[in-house]
Ligand binder design. Structure first.
Ligand code: ARG
Length: 587
């Protein structure tokens, strides 16, 4: 169902106005109504009319609009020319009926139907532990996938693993020093990481070692049996470990994992992926030369982006090797041909902003995407900072890896649960600690504007008193406990026209906003729009619950009020689930 805001916009577009100027806002003061538009002011300028007069003309015309007259009982012109809309009580009460009917589907507005979105997220580099920065991409990307999909978009989640590069030559060289030509099937990410650190240190002085790494890479590219086996082993062990330490604990999975390697036309790669790409990195370089947009610079090739006011993009190194940028260009070609998406989101740290500008501009020059296609977007996010305000790094000996943050969240959550509910079984404690711990971790990230840097303030994250996942989970559980005393079927027939108290109507107004909030999340790709909303919903619920008695003698009124708080529970659950956060009936 279309949102009320969208229906109001439709009504306004039927006025004699240019439809691209129609905008609807939420007034900050409730005395200014529930929606407001400045359409009379922007149109008056063009028509050289008095804005107040025009606002009144529009209001008269809107009297004949079915939707407006059914939904609002007061539509007024306010200086200098705003039109404010105030909800009709009946229209608000009816929203509860919609929530009861739609339940878990309330908020599925269908705006995205017929549109496909590819979300490139998580995308860690393998053969090393996942850093906390990639945890942000994972959590934000997952929440966005959920919201898009809920709104009717067809969502393709793609993990663009960093599973290729010169690094693998170095790793194989170090591996052979340690293990010779035997295959160590149980090799861990930590060992791979150590080997690479060792390589970096040793190769500073040892030219010979660098030479060997290059030779090993060459053999891997040529498809030497042993080398391919090793690369596959590094890759698979990394994926298995990341799955078990990160993704499964976060409850996240992907539709595809087309890593960088997929875009290299090599036998080893085909063996692993078992699928062809629409183009490979060498095809990208060939296309760039063919289009006359690539220049040789020394022995390397670059795409000249001067016409776009951007620095050139290196696509082939002087040793003939291809890069991150080359495989990203191939990935654009492939995504376009396989998914023909309307929107493609790259959930990647802000530090890669220039890379994406260059890659999108190059893809347009290459003709892989249309010049006017603005569906390809970098969705940047800030850094994770330590307590000292600096980017977390291995140097301070603090925790830096994604799995350590997950471990710590689970530990703290377990201690809290253990203290609150000592009599619970071990299994129950673990289950609740999982929901609370992972909820707190995700919420800490999702509740900040993604472009800002974040810190891990463990006390605030786990605070059952406010602005945290545990607080919202607790609100939900509290609602469920109020319910547990009443048979649920008695609520089906509840008469919501009995809800006339102002606190009740205010709460319904907040509930009604939920579908509009979800559309706002995808308009800006900002999950914190939803967290802010859930906090205001929880605030409105508590303020209602403190001043209005729910379990009153009169069973009709009691049922109506239970229905109201039940609806708060439904929306709270839908909202938290979309953020990837579980709810519990008891905490
Ligand atoms: N693996 C990359 C990194 O860690 C991120 C990849 C993001 N996706 C992309 N298509 N470039 O820096």
């Amino acid at each position: 169902m279309k949102t009320i805001k969208a229906q109001l916009i439709d009504s306004l577009k039927r006025l004699p106005v240019s439809s691209d100027k129609v905008a609807v806002e939420y007034p900050i003061k409730s005395s200014h109504g529930d929606y407001s538009t400045n359409i009379a002011m922007v149109t008056a300028k063009e028509m050289k009319k008095n804005p107040m007069d025009l606002a009144n003309e529009f209001i008269s015309a809107l009297e004949n609009d079915g939707f407006v007259s059914e939904t609002f009982d007061k539509v007024e012109a306010v200086k200098p020319g705003f039109i404010n809309f105030h909800f009709k009580k009946e229209a608000l009460q009816n929203i509860l009926g919609v929530i009861v009917d739609e339940g878990d589907s309330f908020g599925r507005t269908g705006v995205g139907s017929g549109k496909r979105v590819v979300v490139d997220y998580s995308s860690p580099n393998i053969a090393k532990q996942m850093h906390v920065g990639h945890l942000r991409s994972t959590v934000i990307g997952h929440a966005l996938c959920n919201v898009y999909s809920y709104l009717g978009y067809e969502v393709v989640g793609d993990n663009h693993l960093g599973d290729w590069g010169t690094k693998f030559g170095a790793l194989i060289a170090m591996y052979r020093e340690r293990y010779g030509d035997t295959i160590q099937n149980d090799i861990s990410i930590d060992t791979m990481e150590q080997m690479y650190v060792e390589f970096t240190a040793k190769s500073k002085e040892d030219e010979h070692l660098k030479e060997r790494a290059r030779a090993e890479l060459k053999q891997l590219q040529e498809g030497s049996d042993f080398h391919v086996k090793l690369w596959k082993l590094f890759r698979q062990r990394s994926i298995d470990e990341i799955m078990s330490k990160i993704y499964s604990r976060l409850g996240i999975s992907f539709d595809y994992m087309y890593g960088e390697a997929f875009f290299y036309d090599l036998p080893a790669v085909r063996e692993v992926y078992g699928e062809e790409s629409s183009i490979y990195t060498d095809g990208v370089v060939k296309d760039a030369l063919g289009k006359g947009i690539s220049k040789r610079s020394d022995d390397a090739f670059i795409i000249d982006l001067e016409s776009c006011n951007l620095p050139p993009l290196l696509i082939e190194k002087s040793d003939g090797g291809h890069l991150y940028s080359t495989s990203d260009l191939a990935a654009i070609h492939f995504r376009k041909s396989k998914f023909d998406p309307d929107i493609v989101l790259y959930v990647v740290g802000s530090e890669q902003a220039l890379h994406f500008k260059q890659v999108f501009a190059s893809a347009k020059l290459l003709g892989y995407i249309n010049e006017d296609d603005d569906g390809w977007a970098h969705v940047p996010f800030g850094l994770v900072l330590g307590d000292d305000g600096k980017k977390v790094s291995t140097r301070d000996g603090g925790i830096v890896y994604a799995h350590q943050f997950i471990d710590k969240s689970l530990e703290i959550a377990y201690d809290i649960v253990n203290e609150k509910q000592p009599e619970w079984s071990e299994d129950k404690k673990r289950e609740v600690a999982q929901a609370v711990g992972m909820g707190a971790l995700k919420y800490n990230d999702l509740s900040r504007d993604r472009t800002s840097n974040i810190t891990f303030d463990w006390d605030a994250m786990m605070n059952f008193g406010g602005a945290s996942a545990p607080y919202l989970q607790y609100t939900y559980a509290r609602i469920q406990s109020i319910f547990s005393k009443e048979p649920p079927d008695s609520l089906q027939k509840a008469d919501y026209t009995l809800l006339n108290e102002s606190k009740e109507l205010v709460l319904i107004k907040v509930l009604q906003k939920f579908p509009e909030v979800l559309e706002e999340v995808v308009a800006y790709n900002k999950p914190n729009v939803l967290t802010n909303y859930l906090e205001s919903l929880s605030g409105a619920f508590h303020s209602f619950y403190e001043s209005v008695q729910v379990l009153v003698e009169d069973s009709d009124l009691r049922h109506a009020r239970l229905l109201l708080i039940g609806s708060v529970g439904v929306v709270m659950k839908n909202g938290l689930n979309l953020l990837g956060i579980e709810v519990l009936d008891r905490i």
